[in-house]
Design a protein around this ligand. Sequence first.
Ligand code: ADP
Ligand code: MG
Length: 238
Amino acid sequence: MARIELIDVVKRFKGETVIPNLNLTIREGSFTVLVGPSGCGKSTTLRMIAGLERQTSGDIRIDGELVNDTEPGKRDVAMVFQNYALYPNMTVRGNIEFGLKNRGVPKRERERLIRDICEIAGLTPYLDKKPQSLSGGQRQRVALARAMVKNPKVFILDEPLSNLDAKLRGQMRTELIELHKRLGTTFVYVTHDQVEAMSMGDRIVVMNKGEVMQAAPPMVLYEDPDNLFTAQFIGTPP
Ligand code: ADP
Ligand code: MG
């Protein structure tokens, strides 16, 4: 579990200000969902937390520790993307094992981790299959399993379900909520879909143009929106 703080974070790309001033605390063990229109800076925020993008100014802390200069591999954060980026020529086992091998985890430990995590992720029957023979939902589970074997303090998920059909998306939402309960780690989840946000998060951060419009539990956003943007965004059908 970890608490994440963004303090006066600014991000510019080639002089264009994408995030003018972001102050946000993500609570330890929460399922926090960042939601907002396309282009509002959700992915950039995640990438800065993961260390894949450096903020122009401001501080990022994980569990109180300043991570501004900490490289992604040392932040104890695992990220799952929308396009799962699996290695096509490797089996499910190979895909999950790859990162573990790179980190020098011994064979016996790798096997134990893969067995346990594939059990949780429902992948045990597919360990020797290649990604192209799997369904979208199964591939997404492989991407999750790959993140889970790292046993990170923080899971970062950037629109992980947007390539799935509606039925599977619904099922995966439930699975992710259960996974969060089971692991107890901090989840930071991004979606542009307000229905998905409201059904998954215990805390929702509504963003617009790189700013936090409101951060609150779903019921508070529904019943007591702070501003017109939040009220309209949450109240509009997707
Ligand atoms: P979201 O994930 O909310 O859709 P992004 O964080 O991807 O938004 O992007 C926010 C803004 O930053 C957009 O205007 C986008 O065009 C811009 N942006 C993102 N990444 C880059 C980049 N590497 N170079 C230049 N502009 C970028
Ligand atoms: Mg995005």
